[in-house]
Design a protein around this ligand. Structure first.
Ligand SMILES: Nc1ncnc2c1ncn2[C@@H]1O[C@H](COP(=O)(O)OP(=O)(O)OP(=O)(O)O)[C@@H](O)[C@H]1O
Ligand SMILES: [Mg+2]
Length: 325
């Protein structure tokens, strides 16, 4: 039975997604990329959870695993109280209506040979939501209105549109089955700044109107600030800090979050010293022992390279994994 009434919409527990590294010779040791390395979090109905972190920290892998477009190595995925981790393709069919995804590059994810109308209608037709084509058309037109696409574009092709318009098509398609959750993976990163805010505002509007939940993945702290209710900060496959938007932007506690934020003082209002992030993120094939951030941490002490910190609730709803906090 679903326990949705009191539980979160989505919950993931200690999720790990590893990729094998191809071996150059038979004698080489088997190695894995630990792209997602033990993530636990939940998404409540009607909320937007932002996920931020540098390139390569595992954001997209996490998004794809939540959707089960990638199989997790270990851990559990619970949707509306049902453990869907081991669901077959067939069992996932009904879940696919409820969870949709929007990608960074709408051009790559829209079939160039299909018209706008067919692209938006495809999920509705596949799931056989309506009896007649007339009903399909009405739904498509309604979605186009909702997403700010002129009805006259119905029979045009994706290449005829700008990046922002294409993202609107992607959003209309994602909305077509009235999902409960949309995973947005860098949905505005490829767009001009002026267009970015239009698309973010569109997402906010539909989120409120349909009481949708969004998982909003981005490396852009300003965009995440604009749209999120809660924010998770990822570093090398793990969440290092998780909290309400105010917790993260007004009172960041993890040195990594502070470093990320001090590069955008306008939104954080951080008046303290600027924390510079030195060096690159280590390889997720061989993450550092202890705290994975210790190799770049400005406040690291000896035990940080030995003891692995756990996420601890420092104040209600505000979780941090750092031995020094
Ligand atoms: N299919 C794959 N096979 C092997 N390694 C992969 C695969 N997909 C991702 N990785 C590796 O996993 C790590 C996390 O990648 P991921 O794409 O999830 O990061 P990201 O945070 O989304 O980065 P970006 O901000 O650049 O999109 C990286 O080291 C990446 O090289
Ligand atoms: Mg990515």
């Amino acid at each position: 039975m679903s326990s949705r009434a009191n539980g979160p919409l989505l919950e993931i527990r200690d999720l790990k997604t590893y990729f094998p590294v191809p071996r150059k010779s038979y004698f080489e040791k088997r190695r894995t990329v630990k792209a997602v390395n033990g993530v636990s979090l939940s998404v409540n109905a009607g909320e937007t959870l932002g996920i931020v972190g540098e390139s390569g920290c595992g954001k997209s892998t996490l998004g794809l695993t939540i959707m089960k477009l990638l199989e997790p190595t270990t851990g559990r995925i619970i949707f509306e109280g049902n453990d869907i981790t081991d669901y077959s393709h067939k069992q996932m069919r009904s879940i696919r209506r409820d969870i949709q995804i929007i990608f960074q590059d709408p051009y790559a994810s829209l079939d160039p040979r299909m018209t706008v109308g067919d692209i938006i209608a495809e999920p509705i037709r596949t799931q056989q939501v309506f009896q007649s084509e007339k009903e399909v058309l009405l739904r498509v037109l309604e979605l186009m209105d909702e997403c700010g696409l002129e009805r006259a574009y119905l029979n045009r092709y994706p290449h005829e549109f700008s990046g922002g318009q294409r993202q609107r098509i992607g959003i209309a398609r994602a909305l077509s089955l009235s999902p409960k959750l949309i995973v947005c993976d860098e949905p505005v990163s490829a767009l001009d700044v002026s267009i970015q805010s239009q698309i973010v505002n569109l997402l906010r509007r539909i989120q409120e109107r349909y009481e949708l939940s969004l998982v909003f993945i981005s490396h852009d702290l300003a965009v995440v600030h604009h749209i999120s209710d809660r924010v998770a900060v990822m570093y090398l496959g793990k969440i290092v800090e998780l909290g309400g938007k105010k917790d993260i932007y007004r009172n960041p506690l993890h040195p990594y979050t502070r470093a990320l934020l001090s590069s955008v003082p306008k939104i954080s209002g951080e008046k303290g010293e600027r924390v510079r992030l030195e060096g690159d993120m280590p390889s997720p094939i061989n993450p550092p022992a202890g705290c994975t951030f210790h190799t770049r941490c400005p406040v690291c002490v000896g035990q940080c390279s030995i003891m692995e910190p756990q996420l601890r609730e420092i104040e209600p709803g505000h979780w941090v994994s750092c031995l020094m906090v």
